[in-house]
Design a protein around this ligand. Sequence first.
Ligand SMILES: [Zn+2]
Length: 371
Amino acid sequence: MPIPLEKIKVVEDEIERLDHDDKNRRIAITPPIQDFSFLNKPSHVKRSVHYDIESINTPEHEPLRSITNTEQPSIDNVLRRRYIAHWGLPEWLGDNHFLLQKHRPPANSVRECLISVASIHSETVNIWTHLIGALCVAVTFALFFIENYQQMDISDIISFSVFFTSAILCLSFSTLLHIFINYSPRVLVTVSKLDYMGINILIFGSMVPVVHYFFYCQFRLKAIYISVLLVLSIGSMIGTSSAACSKPRFRPFKAILFIALGLYGAAPATHACILHGLPRMFEMGFLYLCIMAVAYIGGGIAYAVRVPERFFPGRFDIVGQSHQILHVAVIAAIYLHFYGICCQFHYVVRTEQCLMPITLKLGITDLSISS
Ligand SMILES: [Zn+2]
C-alpha cells in the first residue's frame, strides 16, 4: 500500500520549515507530535514511491544528523549510516533528480566527508574512479620517464610533464569535488570552481604536446598555436570560476567556453593534416587522438542528457549513472591521448630529424608559415 500523500506532506512541510530556519543546516527530522507509525512499512512499499523514508525515524543511523551536534562522527557511525532519498536533499545538493536514493546528507564535517569515501552511496564510484585514475596516471608518469628519459630532450620533458601534471590535477580536483560536494553550499562552490579549473588545465595540458610534435620544427606556428591556447585557457578559467558565472543560468555559457576550447584543438590538427598528409599523421598516432575526442564527446553527451538514469530512475543510484560514464570516458581519453603523443614522440625520435612538411616536398609553401 503506498504511503498516504498527506503523511508525506507532513514530513516535507517539516523539512521546509527547518530549511527555512537555516539553509546551511540539516537537522534531524523526527517530529515528536506526529504519528510516524506509517513509516514502518515493508521496504518494497517505500521503494514503490521512491522515498527512503525508513531512514528518517531510525535514530541509531542518524541519517539527517544535526550539525549543531558537537560530537565527532565516529567511523563506525558514518559507515553504518543510511543515506537519504533525493527528495530529502536541499536544493543546492539535489542536482540530478533521476538518482533517487543513497545520497549523503549535508555533512559540514571534513571528517565525515572523508570517512564516507569508504562507504557505498551515490558518489562512491565518482570518487574512486578519479582517485584511482589520478594514482594510475602518476604511476604511468614515473614509469614513462624511467623508461624514456635517455631519449628525451628538454622539450620532450616539458611536453610530457605538462600533460601528466594537468591530468593528475584534473583528476585530483574532481576527486575533491565528489568527496566534499555535500559539505556545505559554500564549499560546494569552491570545489566546483576547482573542478572547472582542472578541466581547463587538462585541455591546455593535453594540447601542448600535440602541437609541439605536429609542428616539431615549425617554431613560429607552434608558438602561435600555444599562445592562443594559453589565452583561451586563461579566459575560460576566469570565466568559469568567476562568482557571476557560478549561478545556474550561466551553465550554458560555461558549456560554450569548454566546447570552444575543445574545438580549438581542431585548428592545429587540421593544419597538421595539410602539412604532413594523413598517412604520416596516422603514423604519428592521429587515430588515437581521434578516438580520444570521440571518448570525450561521448562521455560529455551522456553526462549532459543524463543517460541512462533518465530512462530508469533509481536503477543507477550507485553504479552506472551518467556522471560515472563521463568519469570512465575521461580516464580512457587520457590514456588514448597518452598513447597518441607516445606515437608522436617515438616517430620524432625514430626519424631523428625535423619533420619536413609534405607540402614543402611537393613544392607548395603557401600553407605554412616559415620559421
Ligand atoms: Zn565528476
